[in-house]
Design a protein around this ligand. Sequence first.
Ligand code: 13P
Ligand code: SF4
Length: 329
Amino acid sequence: MKDIEKKGFLDFDIDPTLDLFSEIKKLKQEKNAIILAHYYQEPDIQDIADYIGDSLGLAQKAEKTDADIIVFAGVHFMAETAKILNPGKKVLLPDLKAGCSLSDSCPPALFKAFKARYPDHLVISYVNCSAGIKALSDIICTSSNAQLIVESLPADQRIIFAPDKNLGSYINRKTGRQMVLWNGACMVHEIFSTEKIVKLKERYPDAKVIAHPECEEQLLDVADFIGSTTQLLKYVKQSNDQVFIVATESGILHQMQINCPGKTLLAAPPDNSCACNDCPHMKLNTLEKLYLCMKYELPEITMNEELRLAAKVPIDRMLKMSREFGLGN
Ligand code: 13P
Ligand code: SF4
């Protein structure tokens, strides 16, 4: 079984006649487990999940659940956040290798040295970072609450924002602050071609361009609406417009299609010959791995208690502030 932790479930055969949907439902009941899924997961996983959300919604749901097992269909930092909030529960991630390029761009040892250069600065870190970075931070934020959190601080408060330079500079532009930015970025949101998006808009002049704030500035400049995945979904649902060019990971299109069957949803074209906007980390999780992980209760997220407690402080601050802002579920 230890091999599963290292190699994943690749070598495991699953009986092809098994109905994975009903098997997963059975396991959920037997084990009092909850499946939390990010919008970037493949459609099958979204369809079987108990809750689908953005990073803030998922953290809030993880904080409140009374399930014994949290099965996190997302990436490592998300499952780690659920574990930080639930030390007594088993937290499972279908593929332990489901990481995040943005989180990887900020190693704790380098960030510690960077932070030491700005001793009078408060550290706000985007939730897409490791527990080690969270432990070095004062407040965690997500794309749903970053602007409100920054605005709630005194105007003269000096701030380091890590690890996403695109979200950080977007918040700087929105708030007029001059936060010091860590030079990290998401490989998926930097792949879009603004030039191709503008050309696409010429073909669909009524289309609204909607973008995640992890995208680069030149793309955000042509966007009609900018928001977290939940906010993008809400925008498409509530808008009277019919055509949308969606600049974020393609998994979100599934919920947009379910909620708005009559609307035209165009995935924003990337700046390469490939036509997909998939996050290779998110898409490591599959329905098969989800089933196996629930069956064997592996791979499990474990964490050093001292690190967990240090990382929990800035997450708790974010959750408290989000409640005060009336955000999330
Ligand atoms: P949100 O879930 O805050 O929209 O962020 C998207 C993302 O990139 C998660 O990895
Ligand atoms: Fe990380 Fe980007 Fe993938 Fe989100 S989409 S998990 S930020 S690499």
